[in-house]
Design a protein around this ligand. Structure first.
Ligand SMILES: Cc1cc2nc3c(=O)[nH]c(=O)nc-3n(C[C@H](O)[C@H](O)[C@H](O)COP(=O)(O)O)c2cc1C
Length: 181
């Protein structure tokens, strides 16, 4: 039976896919991110002003959003427990990257998909800022495509975060397809 509960971190009620945000040469994992508009294609990421990433955004016009698989969870945990203020994460963690095409930033080579975004808006909501970017281009590892425009749900194992250092992924055997009437 549902009952009123003490649930301080209300956002730990469900797991969220993790993306790694690249600003300049720094990388920061984010669990709070979402599409905002289909046309124009806009993508939003919630960033705390405490992050070095937030500071870097002042000097940059763009950023990358890197989508990784569950086997990268350990690296994500490291990227999320260190700051670019203290270490150069790319060299410290020996991360393979390539330069983005349209923005001044890096792409993580281990990603199965990446957005390159141009800064579109930045608004404050409580203790985070919603950074919205216009998606200028998308990179996809073709190995994970099922057909044009769709990723293969049997191959992509997105890294998801359930809070309190807990990472998991999806079980494709739960896939069910329900056509609209
Ligand atoms: C799985 C995970 C998800 C996170 N999600 C967010 C997020 O959505 N927004 C945010 O501001 N910080 C988030 N963080 C915290 C930052 O990634 C973390 O503070 C990081 O060290 C900031 O790096 P920076 O100082 O180099 O920018 C998350 C951390 C982890 C491990």
């Amino acid at each position: 039976m549902l009952a009123a509960a003490v649930f301080e971190k209300f956002y730990y009620l469900f797991p969220q896919a993790v993306a790694v945000i690249g600003v300049g040469k720094n990388l920061m994992p984010a669990a709070w991110h979402t599409p905002v508009s289909a046309e124009p294609p806009l993508y939003g990421v919630l960033i705390s002003p405490k992050r070095y990433t937030f500071e870097l955004l002042n000097g940059e016009q763009g950023f990358t959003v890197n989508f990784l698989m569950h086997d990268q969870a350990r690296l994500i945990a490291k990227l999320g427990s260190t700051s670019g203020r203290d270490i150069e994460k790319l060299t410290h963690f020996k991360i393979a990257t390539e330069p983005a095409n349209k923005v001044d930033g890096v792409i993580m080579s281990a990603s199965y998909g990446v957005y390159e975004c141009k800064k579109y808006a930045l608004h404050e909501y409580g203790d985070h800022f919603l950074l919205v970017g216009q998606v200028l281009c998308i990179h996809i590892d073709e190995e994970f495509l099922r057909e044009k425009g769709f990723v293969d749900e049997r191959k992509v194992k997105p890294v998801m975060y359930f809070g309190k250092d807990r990472y998991l992924t999806i079980d494709p055997d739960t896939l069910s397809i329900h056509k609209k009437d």
